[in-house]
Write a protein that binds this ligand. Sequence first.
Ligand code: SF4
Length: 320
Amino acid sequence: MHIQLLPQKIPVGISRCAVGDPVRYNASHKHSKVCTQLLGNCFELHSYCPEVAIGMGVPRPPIHLIVSDRLRAVGREDPTMDVTDALEAYADQVVPEVEHLRGFILMQKSPSCGIRTTPHYKEDGTGVLAHDSGLFTARLRHHFPHLPVEEVGRLNASDIRENFLTRVFAYDAWHRYVATDLRPGRVIEFYTAYKYLLLAHSQPLTRALGQFVSNSRTMSVEDFAYGVRGKMMEILNHQASRKDRTNALMHSQGHLKGYLNKEERAELARLIDEYRQGNKPLSAVLTMLRHYLPRSPHHFIHSQVLLAAEPAELGLCEFR
Ligand code: SF4
């Protein structure tokens, strides 16, 4: 597997009010420049407003979610106005249109679009029982359980933004490299290339994935691929910690040290330790590792996504 520059942007869905369209219940918007300007550099944004799509109009009476016989979307002022079925039917109907998307950015707290911040009220609308998904998001995740999703507001934080970019790029790369030519060998090649990046996100879960891969001989290729993709996306969903990243960098260093002289080995070890202590950026270590990479003849270390690019650059990479 080789990593090359990707010429086009990655298609990602987004709540319509976040791109500046005044489609909220009160005819306002919640434009996020982080999404349209910063992430717009790597993503081709496709916007959706479920409430407008089911004909609720703008402006419209606000709705909220209540826990009744099931989760229901009803009018805040008029609880007899129930749009549960319409919202769910829209989410089911839009599936073929969103199948090509490699991520979805959704508006927090919305009864339709929230991911984990939408209030679920008691049936009489008085108190909040839980904070969880909006109705459109819940159906979307039912159809695409591994699709990377993130809330608009959380993307203002650089570490969460970087994590979302990493997940979208991995999901997109999977579709380009594995899904187009589904064979167990391609799945293993893909997982192997991500191994050190996965280690940087969670050591225990990466070890568990390794066991899943070794015990998969009797599985159909579809079940194997589904299992590996699901576990990879779950691991990447964990924020990469400095400690786990240091561990992944030390593994990479181990592959190269046979090709370095004593001073080079010491300098690289010192740099990794300075990164561990928070005194040097990750990019400094990656630059040095990449500098020494051509000395190794081993394909495994050359194929590591961890060393290929910074997270923000990964979206520009093509897997062949
Ligand atoms: S949060 Fe979702 S449903 Fe509400 S206005 Fe934005 S896009 Fe429309």
